[in-house]
Ligand binder design. Structure first.
Ligand code: SF4
Ligand SMILES: [Zn+2]
Ligand SMILES: [Zn+2]
Length: 322
């Protein structure tokens, strides 16, 4: 088969649009889609300071590369910076730190490594024995702490937005998880393009420029662009991502028969959010930052009817509050 855009041999068939693309046009079409998403949702402009959250995985490196390419076009754009959270997971994090350091050096991007041990008090490995007592799993605690530290470091760096590498598959899995949990509030609070803008300046706007790119295309893009991929999985992932994994398998089975399924779910996710009046969303987010929704320890927003946020609750549970 020939490429739809030139006379070269096609290397990829994008079933959803029935496009056949050569290597060059595969790369071009992925990059174009990322730029289109950024423009459509007005995620950032040339004058904005963008900070990219690196996990060391393929998605966030693809994201960093594309954000850099975009901001490089404008000579007066602030420097793009990257943050990597080191959870302190033996045998897992070292590989991604090495990859992140190497790529940031190659792409001349300042990289900030934030250690959970330093900023929270304990590594994830050290927290594992306390999980049962806290009645929480490793990913919940790790995700909560990582989100918070990413936000705080981005704020410290003066970021206008924090870009994270959620791809299409990540987004629709989260959406489906919230559906099966009957959690409309979580669906509304986490739109596919990022989070709802908070009035509190310490909460940095999160954006997801890869929201329309399927995982398979990101993997292929890395291969063609020679972006390294971490091989070692987190030792805790299998145990704690059971529901997400089942949803992932279910969607992939459906996709074999209906290639449009992932995009349909993304559109449905967006439609649900569009149907809810903006005022309702504002109310949801602003309720969180009213007086009774402020954590009395760290002063960050927390849920209603709570005195302290979940981050501080975890810290307290682990005797890490000074
Ligand atoms: S799999 Fe879970 S514990 Fe491991 S890094 Fe990801 S969120 Fe953290
Ligand atoms: Zn081509
Ligand atoms: Zn707090």
């Amino acid at each position: 088969m020939k490429c739809n855009y030139c006379s070269n041999e096609a290397v990829y068939h994008r079933k959803i649009s029935n496009e056949f693309v050569c290597k060059t046009h595969f790369i071009k079409t992925v990059e174009k889609k990322i730029r289109k998403t950024i423009r459509k949702y007005k995620m950032f402009s040339p004058k904005d300071k963008v900070v990219v959250g690196l996990s060391g995985g393929k998605d966030s490196l693809v994201l960093l590369f594309n954000v850099l390419e975009l901001q490089k076009r404008y000579s007066d754009s602030p420097v793009v910076e990257a943050i990597l959270i080191d959870e302190g997971i033996e045998g897992y994090r070292a590989e991604s730190i090495e990859i992140a350091e190497r790529m940031c050096k190659e792409w001349e991007t300042p990289l900030h490594i934030v250690k959970i041990k330093t900023d929270f008090g304990k590594t994830i490995d050290e927290i594992i024995p306390s999980l049962e007592e806290l009645n929480v799993n490793a990913c919940t605690i790790c995700g909560t702490v990582r989100r918070r530290l990413l936000n705080d470091k981005s704020y410290e760096l003066g970021a206008d937005c924090l870009a994270i590498g959620h791809n299409l598959d990540d987004q629709i899995e989260t959406f489906m998880q919230n559906i099966v949990r009957n959690d409309l509030k979580q669906i509304l609070l986490h739109p596919p393009n990022g989070n709802i803008k908070s009035d509190k300046k310490e909460i940095v706007q999160r954006i997801k420029p890869l929201m329309s790119i399927p995982e398979t295309e990101i993997t292929l893009y890395c291969y063609y662009k020679e972006i390294p991929i971490q091989i070692t999985p987190c030792p805790y992932v299998e145990k704690y991502y059971i529901l997400r994994k089942k949803i992932q398998d279910f969607i992939n089975i459906l996709e074999n028969q209906s290639p449009e399924i992932k995009y349909n779910l993304l559109k449905m996710n967006e439609k649900i959010i569009e149907q809810i009046p903006v005022n309702y969303l504002k109310k949801e987010i602003n309720q969180k930052i009213k007086k009774n929704g402020i954590c009395k320890i760290c002063q960050m927003p927390c849920g209603l009817n709570r005195d302290i946020c979940y981050f501080c609750e975890l810290k307290k549970g682990l005797n890490l509050v000074k």
